[in-house]
Write a protein that binds this ligand. Structure first.
Ligand SMILES: Cc1cc2nc3c(=O)[nH]c(=O)nc-3n(C[C@H](O)[C@H](O)[C@H](O)COP(=O)(O)O)c2cc1C
Length: 195
């Protein structure tokens, strides 16, 4: 899909946006201009008192993505305890190396704004949705992945997080190697009370 130009296009984009599992992504490098458009879309998210709490660490080079996978696999192992699965370790170790771009998402609440944490986290969620919509509009697949070890001390160290920062997951990007999956929603009427 190209750039949206009308309300109809925008509403279709919202409905057609899909999460693309990483095995369905090509390893081809992403267009640099498109990456910057996706980041710019994130930056136009709303935030109460303009805290702009979204922070991203971009793993783009092959070496950086391989190192990320190795480090995450070790963190998974340390955090898993008795629930350790070799297959999950291997998937964690190799996943980032197979896609062209991984973004770690961190919420860094505005120090002076003193907002409830949920407001800052919601603002980051808005930024990620902007990114997902922008990526989809540009023909790039994305999936948001939130590992169970999101608050592990080693992950926080790896992400260079300050004590007030909150880890929000990884975004995996890649051109689709096959058609986007389908999805469905339960009716909006079941979630709305009209008064
Ligand atoms: C906050 C958040 C965390 C998510 N974490 C994961 C995840 O860890 N693994 C995963 O496969 N999908 C994850 N997803 C993607 C959802 O599975 C996906 O949005 C859902 O299945 C609906 O599909 P769609 O995005 O194609 O509409 C996450 C989505 C959100 C909003």
């Amino acid at each position: 899909m190209s750039q949206t130009s009308s309300a109809t296009d925008m509403l279709a984009l919202i409905q057609n946006r899909r999460s693309l599992p990483t095995p369905c992504m090509k390893s081809d490098a992403l267009d640099e201009a498109a990456i910057h458009q996706i980041l710019e879309a994130a930056n136009w998210a709303p935030s109460h008192r303009h805290t702009e709490p979204w922070r991203f660490r971009l793993y783009q080079s092959q070496a950086a993505r391989e190192a990320l996978g190795r480090d995450l696999a070790e963190i998974y192992k340390a955090a898993a305890g008795d629930a350790f699965f070799e297959a999950k370790y291997e998937k964690t170790r190799t996943r980032a190396a197979k896609v062209p771009l991984v973004a770690a998402v961190i919420c860094q609440p505005g120090e002076k704004a003193a907002l409830p944490l949920y407001e800052e986290i919601l603002a980051v969620g808005c930024a990620v949705q902007n990114m997902h919509l922008a990526a989809h509009a540009l023909g790039i697949g994305m999936i948001w992945s939130t590992p169970g070890y999101y608050n592990h001390a080693e992950l926080r160290r790896l992400m260079n997080m300050a004590s007030g920062d909150h880890f929000m997951g990884f975004l995996y990007f890649g051109y689709p190697a096959q058609a986007f999956p389908t999805s469905k929603r339960r009716p909006i009427a079941d979630k709305v009370t009209w008064l």
